[in-house]
Design a protein around this ligand. Structure first.
Ligand code: C2E
Ligand code: CA
Ligand code: CA
Length: 682
């Protein structure tokens, strides 16, 4: 699985930075701290030091298992700061925290980070207090003035804020949550507890200065606060987790999924797996709830293990589980996880002396391909799961054609008309490169339907519908207008390109079509020779004479005419000669197969040959690898298009890419192709 790039690196960098700065602060406090301790009121300082160390030994962890541990030592360390100054407090809390962590055998990195973040939090409190009053040891004075009191509040706030931000950030980075959302949660959960723990500090100092032994009495209220906080954390934990399996529940799962979708970069995909046990009900009915519960616990543990650190497993309810896999590289990654999960769940489960054969069905949906929001992706993973269930187990990746609901909806021409009006049709552009220079010199405009429920619908699924419903004109005029407007914008940006537009048979034979083209050229001030119109070979062959007439008319306007999907429609040489086209586009299928299939290679070879003889430019579509590029180059193919160069992309993503791969026309420098293809979902 391809992890979200830079993520672990970001955490590492952050943890290292906090550790380094914090440890430096701790070391800086060392000698001053030791001197300060000796100079301070001996018994108070000693009592507080002991209290800090003891409370670090018996620590309390909040629901933040990874970051944020709020411990009793907060009260005593802050008290030490108020009575002996910043350096002693930093020194003692850092040393106590390190000792506590070492005794609990926490990883070194975590131990160092904890020392660092404490040093920074207390350091910040000390700086705030002394910048307001000149000395952080506010309670070492005989009287606490009003400004001293304000400084005390400010110092407590500084400690709380710095501590929360430092620890919350680790959590946010690790769980792919936004820092703001973690902090918001933290503020709600922690403010009260922190407030009470910090507010107790002055009382601790006063009590200790009367009699250090009295401190023992204060331990009770401090523990009361601590237990109250723990109970509230447990309640929060229960609200978001399933008590039986300890997995996150539906609510937390949906929250995490939402944040993964928000954080996903433009080229990142997120997979959702929904897993439903096949024969759970039988086990539950026959063997009782107790056995059912144990099955669910074992399944939960299996899923948790399979998910590891990269994915999140959850129990949605009943015998339904789910997983979210961030940063996947297409369906293959999700399928690999699905197979691992199914392998585990379809092997017999041994409980006591019984061997149970439960089985499971699993559905997969991908963001953004199968939906652009949480509910659509979840719904589609569910549809896929039911398809898998119908097929008696195994897994299914969502596909709109197999979605029963989809089939009902998509056949409504009214929907398509509304889509065109509501701006749901969008164009993606796929670069075409000149094979001799390696330069990108054109793009093909490819339409998509950004459906509010079904996500990005590929053209193959609605162009035929549009043709049947007589709506193709709506699509064609949208594509012409949008593509030419975009081309003009690129020209203004100094990017000189040709744009290829697909013309379906009905548009081609529409009498108003040539005029529509001319008007669009005029509207966007685009020179006709910058536009290529692609017509499928089968269209040409259906009525060669009529095609020849329209093509001649369009050629007269000055646009370039190309035959698309060449090789699939058996165009005869005779009909080719009659047709004033200037470009042949070899069909995807032949190019995809040419490296492995000799029949495909022959079609490619002879098309390039034919093109050369007739003086036609030949474009190969579906170039997915460097190897195929080289084969085509050797054969003398003119232009290439395919995932090896780039996937089709929306204009806002393609523009920066084009700027990197294509210099202004005056610059004759050859621009190299990118080493790896730019990938995005289509
Ligand atoms: P096409 O004209 O043959 O377009 C090329 C298709 O191949 C595109 O699919 C493109 O994404 C895909 N492709 C490009 N490079 C590669 C590659 O390296 N490997 C593979 N496996 N595929 C590659 P898309 O965008 O789904 O378009 C499908 C078809 O829908 C187009 O086939 C075209 O016939 C039709 N279409 C697209 N846009 C329009 C339009 O605006 N109007 C009309 N009438 N038809 C359109
Ligand atoms: Ca095409
Ligand atoms: Ca094609």
């Amino acid at each position: 699985m391809v992890r979200r790039l830079g993520h672990p690196a970001k955490i590492q960098l952050y943890v290292t930075a906090v550790s380094v700065v914090g440890i430096a602060a701790w070391l800086a406090a060392f000698s001053g701290g030791a001197r300060g301790l000796l100079a301070a009121n001996g018994s108070v300082a000693l009592a507080l030091t002991v209290a800090v160390v003891v409370s670090e030994l018996r620590w309390m962890s909040f629901a933040h298992d990874e970051a944020g541990e709020l411990t009793l030592s907060t009260t005593f360390a802050f008290a030490l700061l108020l009575s002996a100054g910043t350096a002693p407090a930093v020194l003692v809390l850092g040393a106590a925290s390190a000792l506590g962590d070492l005794l609990q055998r926490k990883p070194v990195q975590r131990t160092v980070f904890n020392v660092g973040q404490y040093a920074l939090s207390l350091g910040a409190a000390g700086i705030v207090a002394s910048s307001l009053t000149g000395d952080a040891a506010l309670l070492a004075q005989p009287r606490l003035s009003l400004s001293g009191f304000i400084a005390l509040l400010a110092a407590g706030t500084a400690f709380y804020l710095v501590n929360t931000v430092l620890t919350g950030t680790v959590l946010a980075l690790r769980q792919h949550l936004s820092i703001a959302s973690v902090l918001r949660q933290d503020v709600v959960v922690h403010t009260f507890t922190y407030g009470v723990l910090l507010a107790l500090a002055p009382a601790v100092v006063v009590v200790a200065s009367v009699n250090a032994g009295l401190l023992a009495l204060l331990v009770l209220p401090v523990i009361a606060v601590y237990r109250g906080a723990r109970t509230s954390m447990e309640k929060d934990h229960l609200a978001l987790h399933d008590a039986l399996t300890e997995l996150p529940n539906r609510r937390l799962f949906l929250e995490r999924l939402a944040s993964e979708l928000r954080m996903a970069g433009p080229e990142e995909q997120v997979a959702v797996l929904i897993i439903d046990l096949d024969r759970f009900k039988e086990v539950n009915d026959a063997l009782g709830h107790h056995m059912g519960d144990r099955v669910l616990q074992m399944v939960g543990a299996d899923l948790q293990r399979a998910a590891g650190a990269d994915a999140l497993a959850a129990r949605l309810g009943g015998d339904e589980f789910a997983m979210v896999l961030p940063g996947v590289d297409g369906a293959d990654d999700a399928v690999r996880m699905a197979k691992a999960v199914l392998h585990k769940l379809t092997s017999p489960i041994e409980i006591d002396d019984l061997t149970l054969d439960i089985g499971a069905s699993l559905g997969i949906a991908l963001y953004p391909e199968h939906g652009s929001d949480v509910s659509t992706v979840m719904q589609h993973a569910d549809v896929a799961m039911y398809l898998a269930k119908d097929a008696h187990g195994g897994y299914e990746v969502y596909s709109p054609e197999r979605d029963p609901q989809w089939r009902q909806r998509i056949t409504s021409p009214a929907d398509l008309r509304r889509a065109a009006e509501n701006g749901q049709l969008v164009l993606h552009y796929q670069p075409k490169a000149d094979m001799r220079t390696g330069r990108v010199d054109g793009v093909e405009a490819l339409v998509r339907w950004q459906h509010p429920e079904y996500g990005m619908v590929p053209p193959d699924e609605f162009i035929p519908l549009a043709e049947r419903a007589g709506l193709i004109g709506v699509v064609t005029s949208f594509v012409l207008d949008t593509a030419l407007a975009q081309l003009q914008q690129w020209r203004d940006d100094g990017l000189d390109l040709q744009v290829a537009i697909n013309v379906s048979v009905q548009s081609l034979y529409d009498q108003r079509f040539p005029e529509m083209v001319q008007q669009a050229l005029h509207r966007w001030s685009v020179p006709a020779e910058r536009v290529v119109l692609e017509i499928p070979e089968c269209t040409v062959m259906a009525d060669p004479r009529r095609a020849a007439r329209v093509v001649a008319e369009l050629t007269a306007i000055g646009v370039t005419m190309a035959i698309d999907d060449f090789g699939t429609g058996a165009a005869s040489l005779a009909s080719l000669r009659q047709l004033p086209v200037s470009e042949l586009k070899i069909d995807n299928a032949f190019v995809l197969g040419m490296a492995t299939d000799s029949a495909d290679a022959t079609v490619v070879h002879s098309t390039i040959d034919l093109g050369r003889r007739f003086g036609l430019s030949v474009v190969a579509e579906g170039v997915e690898s460097q190897r195929v590029w080289q084969l085509l180059e050797r054969l003398g193919c003119d232009q290439a298009q395919g995932f090896h160069i780039s996937r089709p992309l929306p204009a806002d993503q393609l523009t920066p890419w084009l700027h990197n791969n294509l210099k202004p026309t005056t610059n004759a420098e050859v621009v190299r192709l990118p080493k790896s293809s730019t990938r995005t979902a289509v």
